[in-house]
Design a protein around this ligand. Structure first.
Ligand SMILES: C[S@@+](CC[C@H](N)C(=O)[O-])C[C@H]1O[C@@H](n2cnc3c(N)ncnc32)[C@H](O)[C@@H]1O
Length: 291
């Protein structure tokens, strides 16, 4: 991993043998999970087997949603922050957008570049820590999908720096969309255990909330279809020392955006325009516009 900063692999993740999970929406049973009982806090291991995760199975629908709620017309230049293996970037490029995806996991960026080249797509992928980006007024749209590394950093300052990167990268009048877990949901519903069946794996996630740090902590187990069930401890992490993912309420996001010349204009409870963000929706998808 190029960055030496202590990051949490927030949600999800991954990995071939480690990591994480994260829920996207309880209603849609869309959860990311940690693998084989390992709890991933304060460090991260991201691997290409996230392609087997259930939460990557709805990319086309999520891109439909992006186009709809941001009223796009294929002419826009889009920055996809913490793009992973480029699933949204590639789909946006297929639809005619000029896209730049950024991620600090080499395997993801390599894979995204390979697929873009194979399909001849107008998508560029940059291997970099998102906090190091210096784009200024270059993009019509910035997206942070499936967290997009929002809340993954060890300090409040670093977490806020990512919002600086977003606001700076947008042109005046530019639009931002972020899909993250909801602090309001976590406060009301955690601790919580959640099962989800994807097409390749069954996952079990435990979520806990640290009210002092506003961070979500989770533990997960992955069960691959066709493989023997692993033995795993039925024990929720209790040290209280895990870093976790910093979650934000809509009010906090409004305040953070306002301090950066941006305004929240819509908040959904998932990739579905008919569901408003609420304390009963695990996922919140928030659109903000730059003045
Ligand atoms: C949950 S995944 C989401 C990936 C992608 N947006 C998607 O929806 O498939 C989070 C991603 O954040 C990336 N990431 C975490 N911290 C990062 C950082 N500081 N800079 C760049 N990428 C980061 C990880 O490599 C991983 O690909």
């Amino acid at each position: 991993m190029p960055s030496t900063r202590k990051v949490k692999s927030g949600g999800l993740l991954s990995g071939s043998r480690h990591c994480l999970v994260r829920a996207v929406s309880v209603d849609s049973l869309n959860v990311r999970i940690a693998e084989e009982s390992e709890v991933c806090m304060g460090g991260g291991f991201w691997a290409l087997d996230i392609k087997d995760m259930s939460w990557v199975e709805h990319t086309a629908e999520e891109v439909d949603f992006i186009e709809k709620v941001l009223a796009l017309n294929s002419s826009e230049r889009i920055l996809d922050l913490a793009c992973g293996f480029g699933r949204h970037s590639l789909e946006l490029a297929r639809r005619g957008y000029s896209v730049v995806g950024v991620d600090f996991t080499e395997a993801y960026v390599d894979d995204a570049r390979r697929n873009a080249a194979k399909e001849g797509l107008a998508a560029e992928f940059i291997l970099e820590d998102v906090l190091k980006l210096k784009f200024e007024s270059e993009f019509d749209v910035v997206v942070n999908m499936a967290d997009g590394a929002i809340g993954y950093f060890a300090t409040e300052e670093e977490n806020l720096q990512l919002f600086d990167v977003i606001a700076r990268a947008l042109k005046p009048g530019g639009k931002h969309l972020v899909g993250v877990c909801s602090a309001a949901y976590a406060i009301k519903h955690f601790p919580k255990r959640h099962w989800e069946a994807g097409s390749k794996r069954l996952s079990l996630a435990d979520f806990r909330w640290n009210p002092k740090t506003s961070r979500m902590i989770y533990k997960g187990h992955l069960f691959k279809f066709g493989e023997p069930l692993p033995v795993f401890p039925d024990k929720f992490p209790d040290s209280g020392e895990e870093l976790g993912t910093r979650l934000y309420s809509i009010e906090e996001i409004e305040q953070i955006m306002a301090g950066r010349g941006m305004k929240v204009v819509a908040a959904y409870g998932g990739y579905d325009c008919s569901t408003p963000a609420s304390e009963d929706a695990f996922m919140q998808v928030v659109r903000s516009d730059k003045a």
